[in-house]
Design a protein around this ligand. Sequence first.
Ligand code: GLP
Length: 243
Amino acid sequence: MDVIVERDEAACGRVVADVFDRAVRSGATTLGLATGSSPLSVYRELIRRHREEGLSFAAVRAFLLDEYVGLPVGHPQSYAQVIRTEFADHVDLGGVFGPDGGSSDLSSAAAAYDALVVSSGPVDVQLLGIGANGHIGFNEPGSPLDSRTRVTTLTSQTRQDNARFFAGVDEVPHRVITQGLGTISSARHLVLIATGERKAAAIAAALGGPVTPECPASVLQLHPRVTVVVDEGAAVGLDRIGV
Ligand code: GLP
């Protein structure tokens, strides 16, 4: 596992953008995208490179990690919409796919999305953020390390954490569809970005703690190709564990 510590969020974004830039210019056609605030510096930098440096995503199909259940199509906080606003509308992606959180048969929609990711993959580079409780995608503590895409329920901590994107915590959906930890792990290269001291405990547990469903991001320790990019705040716990 490569762990890179940078001074601030913008520098982290540039380092992660370098990984995506290199992959795309050398022929990657399948990328995994994440939402939340952590990847925004990456998207800003990739958009800049698209505009100023000729970085083209025309041959790339992108796959989202997760989606809220029940938000109307086009809701500004649905992840399909967030990825358009923050990234896809500004570049020339060949396609963007995500789980259908509006389906009347959510289990089938989850299984269909898992099958799509598998048949389109392996994902060349998968971008990940991390929740304060160690979740990746929406795999909350207790998620099996080999889990597949499924409907699941958010913890109250994650709903509180994500309330800032909504009018209030009551507006945050309880249920989501998320790629499972097994699905995510099938990508060739996992790239996790985390910034700020609020993520330090989760980063220390993910990288240096036991590999356990209680810390879903600890599944990274089982993967052959992982790059973790953190700022100094998110790195504060790493010295203690010798990473
Ligand atoms: C959400 C997303 C995750 C993301 C996490 C962290 O719950 N489903 O993919 O990594 O939040 O969010 P943020 O980057 O905003 O702290």
